[in-house]
Structures are given as C-alpha cells and as structure tokens.
Design a protein around this ligand. Structure first.
Ligand code: ATP
Ligand code: MG
Length: 392
C-alpha cells in the first residue's frame, strides 16, 4: 500500500547554526538502523526525511521508533502530479486509516505545496480531494476542519504528491552522536541500562564499563550485561562494553577497608577506573544508574563522598526517579526481563549487612591509604577487554 515513510524531526530544528550536523547524524542513524533490511533510497528535503518502503512497513516502522530525534513516522503513498491520481490515492489512504477505527469519523485534507509549478493552489487541492474522499466514503464520514479524527496530508513536490494519514510517533530526543560521548557504569541491574538509554535519548553516544568479579560473579552475570548492551544498541546502532576484571581490587577492599565503608570505597574505585577508560575513549562524562536514597550507597552523603573520587562530571539521569518509574521505563525499553534474571552482581556479594549511610570523607581516605590501590587499578585496566555489541 505505501511506498515510503515520511519522517519528521523535532528539536533539531531549533539548533539553527548546527542544523546540518543534526540532520546528517539523524540520516546516518536512520540508515544504520535499517541497513540489514536491504538497500533502499533515502532522501532529505524541506525539513523532512523520506525512506523508501519495499513492502516492509512492519519491519521498518518499529526500527524507526527507536531512532532518537524522530518525532513523527508516517507511511506515505506517492501519486503522479495529476489531480485525478491524487484523489484516488487520497481515497485509498483515507480508507486505510479509517479501517483502524469504527463508527462515525471526521476528516480534513491538509495540503502543502513546496512545488509551486503545480497548477492548483493548496486550498483548491484540499477542496477537490476532500470532496473526492467524501464522495467515496460511507454515510458515517464527515468533514471537520477544526478537530478531525483523521487528517489526510498531501505534500506536493516536484517528483510527486505524497499522501499520508497516520503517524506512528517517534521517540523524540536528539540523534545519538550529536551530544558527544559518555561512559556508562553498566551493571546487570534494572537501573543503569535505563540511565544509559536516557543519556542516548539526549544524543549522547554511550559505551559501557562493567566490573566483573569472577569467580564471585559467574560468566552468566557478564552475559547478562552483554545482553543488556545488545538491547541498548538497538537505540544507538552499536555499543562497546569494557569488561574490567575487578576481583583483586574487590578482595583488597574487603581486606583493608572497614566493612561499613566497603561499598563506598568500591564505588570510588569504580569511578576512578571508569574515568581512565572514559579519558581514553574521549568521553566527556560518566553516567550511573543511581537514584537518591534508593539504597545506603545512594544517600546524598554517600553520593557526595563517592563523587569526589572523579574529576569528570558524573551524571545520574535517574537521580530523582522512583523505582516504579524506572521499572516502567525498563519494561518499555526492553531491558527489564534481562535485568531481573537472578545472577548476582559483584556488589551484592561484598555488601555488608549494615553499610554506612553517612560515610565520612576522612575515614574513607584513611581506608584507601591502607593499601596500594593505584597498582591494583593499573592491573585491572591492563586486563580490561572490550566487547563490541550489535543490536539484537
Ligand atoms: P543497577 O540496577 O544499575 O545495578 P542498583 O540500584 O542495583 O543499580 P547499585 O548496585 O548500588 O545500584 O549501583 C549503583 C550504580 O553503580 C549502578 O547504577 C551502576 O551505574 C554502578 N554499578 C554498580 N555495580 C556495577 C558493576 N558491577 N559494573 C558497572 N557499574 C556498576
Ligand atoms: Mg546493582
């Protein structure tokens, strides 16, 4: 039925001078999202993008719904620049949109005419085509120009008139890659994948750092993190995960730091390591899945003391969200079912029964001074493996 998809984008339009950077990135992200579905044509005109359909609307539309920067997705059908054909196509497009609802329905025809050589003007085309649609429709169909149930859009361009009446809606946000790179501390939990998704939504290209404490955490835990990264990659085209071997450092913390401070010291070590990796990959900020007050290590006190170990901004997209809101988002993104698989993460194993909710900086620094953590960090970094994940 449809031969192309018309894509509208939002916020990009407001970045006047850099507009082309945003548009180019969006187009390249759209191409990447559809690459494995076969060759097709892509076009960019009049502040919209067009993607050719090859009878594969059901595959293409869900993919586009994960490309940040897109706000509207409308399957369209092209008519030759000839009034009779435009009428026929509009009747078919309307009938298809109508099929989805039952009962009385109102519509209007909206015309744009960037191609000024077409002999009729927009209001005339709208009137003619509206009449044709009404003529062919049943008695429950009426015209309502102010608040129609269905809007039949016609865009008259040099190569044809594009007719569409549905909008599947896009995810909004900014194209991934237009806001620089960030490094996400990615655990197997519910929160950090959501934090990564939110950063991507604002255009940040994300790679993950996962702290693995084999054999205290099994390879199933690592697999889980990689599976999460593969889901996140659906939104960004790809995602690198740096797997840091954290066992020796974790053991040393357990041995040398007072039990109550173990988690705080561990988090600080994680930030230090993630920061080195971030610097290497020219990342501008770290991201975590922390939310204030969620657990002992996420009181404002703990966050403040942990934060001080990093020089780079540590951004926490979930900071003010309730667990329920985070869970809802995780389900929507597609990470939830993976996150709730039962494998322990490294932290649950070493977490004491009563972690300190108000760690004092001097006590933390004293604990850290009691062992050579720099050597252990260097060791962990040298053993880090990077795994490139593709969307799955
Ligand atoms: P999550 O669901 O993201 O694991 P959480 O509520 O379980 O979060 P914590 O386990 O306290 O919280 O971890 C807080 C944050 O620290 C995580 O959101 C994540 O960014 C980071 N983090 C924790 N453990 C790891 C790990 N093993 N590897 C990488 N990052 C981690
Ligand atoms: Mg966790």
């Amino acid at each position: 039925m449809y031969d192309s998809v018309l894509i509208r984008y939002g916020e990009i339009g407001t970045k006047r001078d850099n507009r082309y950077i945003f548009e180019d990135q969006l187009l390249s992200n759209i191409r990447a999202a559809l690459a494995d579905l076969g060759e097709r044509e892509y076009a960019k005109t009049y502040g919209r993008m067009y993607v050719e359909l090859k009878g594969d609307q059901d595959l293409v539309v869900p993919r586009l719904q994960r490309v940040f920067g897109i706000v509207g997705i409308s399957p369209a059908r092209r008519a030759e620049l000839q009034l009779d054909e435009i009428k026929q196509v509009a009747q078919a497009v309307f009938a298809d949109a109508r099929k989805k609802g039952k009962g009385p329905v109102s519509f209007k025809v909206e015309v744009r005419r960037p191609y000024k050589h077409f002999p009729l003007q927009s209001p005339q085309i709208a009137r003619e085509v509206g009449g044709a649609v009404l003529e062919e429709a049943d008695s429950e169909v009426s015209v309502d120009v102010h608040n129609p149930d269905i809007r039949v859009d016609i865009e008259v361009r040099a190569e044809g008139a594009y007719v569409y009446a549905q909008d599947f809606g896009g995810p909004g946000g900014l194209p991934v890659g237009t806001s620089g790179r960030g490094t996400l501390l990615l655990s197997g939990g519910i929160d950090s994948p959501v934090a990564g998704w939110m950063a991507m939504k604002r255009g940040v290209a994300i790679s993950g750092v996962y702290f693995h404490s084999f054999p205290f955490t099994t390879d199933r835990a690592k697999e889980k993190v990689l599976d999460l990264a593969a889901v996140l990659a659906r939104y960004s085209g790809r995602m690198d995960v740096h797997v840091v071997h954290f066992t020796d450092l974790q053991k040393a913390i357990y041995e040398h730091a007072p039990a109550k401070l173990g988690v705080t010291v561990m988090r600080r070590m994680m930030l230090r390591i993630a920061e080195r990796i971030a610097q290497e990959e020219k990342s501008l900020a770290l991201f975590t899945g922390e939310s204030v007050g969620q657990v002992a290590s996420q009181t404002l006190n703990s966050i403040a003391v942990t934060n001080a170990a990093a020089n780079m901004p540590v951004l926490r997209p979930l900071i003010a969200m309730d667990k329920r809101e985070i869970v809802d988002l995780a389900k929507q993104i597609g990470t939830y079912d993976i996150s709730v698989r039962p494998y322990e993460d490294c932290c649950t194993l070493f977490v004491p029964k009563h972690p300190e909710t108000k760690p004092r900086m001097e006590a933390v620094l004293r604990a850290e001074a009691s062992f050579d953590f720099e050597a252990l960090i260097a060791d962990a970094l040298s053993q880090t493996e990077t795994i490139k994940m593709q969307p799955r």
